[in-house]
Design a protein around this ligand. Structure first.
Ligand code: ACO
Length: 361
């Protein structure tokens, strides 16, 4: 038995390769370096879906815009009960209203769902009316517009594209595995995505970047980093944004996102100071983790610079997991179709270690 299924191979996939020793990520034959900052999210949806969805147009953008408009009607269901939930739970509740299916139309609506619903829930929580999608805009530009009520700059839309592309797929991570297990039962794509969102929201997976901001804010200044981090570890806490099940070297997504932060904040007066502070905290954390866990090789993961980039884009930390879902949903849906195309029901076994029934005297 492998604790946490570490090193267990549970699927063959053409979708992405995570090279944990080389620090490399390949998405459908393309290196992350060639995609992040170069391809649009729509391009990567096409890349991931190609061959898995019948009727896939070469330009996914207009169909995705229509899908955003179609799912927006569900935001009428936002009520006080839904607003009492965490934003990612509110988004999940609205997504659960979409019918199950396994066709392209269902898939595009599910890609639209985290974007449209997260923006609407965040606005409603702030007492503001949801803003209807503009299907003529790129997905990233429309997400920022629906959230803020004002047009995003091209640089901002490109930065969000770089983020969504970077997190679009990543092997058999916990949420993708959950989505594949559900797809393997033939429950439908909506069910698979709901399972993916539910796995993603945990703090050991996609729930980490909000706590990264809390950590940076609590540390306050570079000189306080080491004592703060040591105290956290002394109290048995984990340092958010560090460590990974597969990578034993630096997560390549960390550098892709750091580059996106630099591009976005070039010319700003305040942002470079925030980035330099984060780099100081990162250096202190890596040094302390190396001292305390010399055998484990704990490195910076994707979530550390996710936090910096989404903060620079003015997303509130409470939105971060929902924004992660906006990108990763493309991977969940591609994996779900790959599972349906060739995979059997996923049904592993357990070893019973409890007591046996008493024998009758
Ligand atoms: N801070 C402090 N110690 C850590 C950290 C960390 N960030 N990560 C791992 N460790 C320690 C554990 O305490 C454990 O020590 P022990 O053997 O003395 O008990 C050892 O390293 C191994 O930890 P595991 O949990 O077995 O390693 P695993 O491969 O399962 O962990 C995980 C991966 C969950 C990401 C972990 O590194 C972690 O909790 N990181 C912090 C949360 C985080 O950043 N999550 C986002 C991950 S990226 C993503 O999902 C998109």
């Amino acid at each position: 038995m492998s604790d946490g299924l570490e090193n267990v191979v549970a699927a063959e996939t053409v979708l992405s390769e995570v090279d944990g020793l080389g620090g490399r990520l390949v998405i459908r034959g393309c290196s992350l370096d060639d995609l992040a900052g170069h391809a649009s999210f729509e391009d990567v949806v096409h890349l991931l879906f190609d061959g898995f969805y019948e009727g896939l147009p070469a330009d996914v953008g207009p169909r995705l815009g229509e899908a955003r408009t179609a799912v927006f009607t569900e935001t009428a269901a936002i009520d006080d009960g839904l607003l009492a939930l965490d934003p990612v739970e509110g988004m999940r509740a609205l997504t659960a209203r979409l019918p199950d299916g396994d066709d392209l139309e269902t898939a595009l609506r599910l890609i639209a769902a985290p974007a449209v619903f997260t923006a609407a829930v965040l606005r409603a929580k702030a007492g503001l009316a949801p803003i209807a999608p503009d299907p003529t805009l790129s997905h990233s530009a429309d997400i920022l517009r629906m959230l803020r009520g004002a047009a995003a700059t091209d640089a901002e839309a490109r930065a969000l594209d770089a983020y969504l592309v970077t997190v679009s797929d990543h092997g058999l991570n916990a949420s993708t595995f959950a989505a594949r297990v559900i797809a393997s039962t033939r429950a439908g794509l909506t069910s698979a995505v709901l399972g993916g969102v539910s796995a993603l929201k945990g703090p050991l997976h996609g729930g980490a970047p909000g706590p990264v901001i809390e950590m940076l804010d609590a540390i306050g200044s570079p000189g306080d980093a080491r004592p703060w981090l040591e105290n956290a570890l002394d109290h048995g806490e984990r340092l958010m944004g560090f460590g990974h099940r597969v990578y034993r070297v630096r997560d390549p997504r960390a550098d892709a996102l750091k580059a996106a932060v630099r591009r976005l904040t070039a010319g700003s007066n305040t942002a470079p100071g925030r980035l330099a502070f984060a780099e100081a905290v990162e250096s202190a954390a890596l040094a302390i983790l190396q001292e305390r866990k010399p055998d484990r090789s704990l490195q910076t993961n994707v979530e550390f610079y996710t936090a910096l980039l989404l903060e620079a884009l003015a997303f509130p930390p409470a939105a971060f997991t929902g924004v992660f879902a906006m990108g990763r949903v493309a991977g969940w849906l591609a994996h779900a179709r790959e599972q349906l195309a060739g995979g059997r029901l996923i049904r592993p076994q357990s070893v019973y270690v409890g007591p046996q029934p008493r024998q009758a005297a």
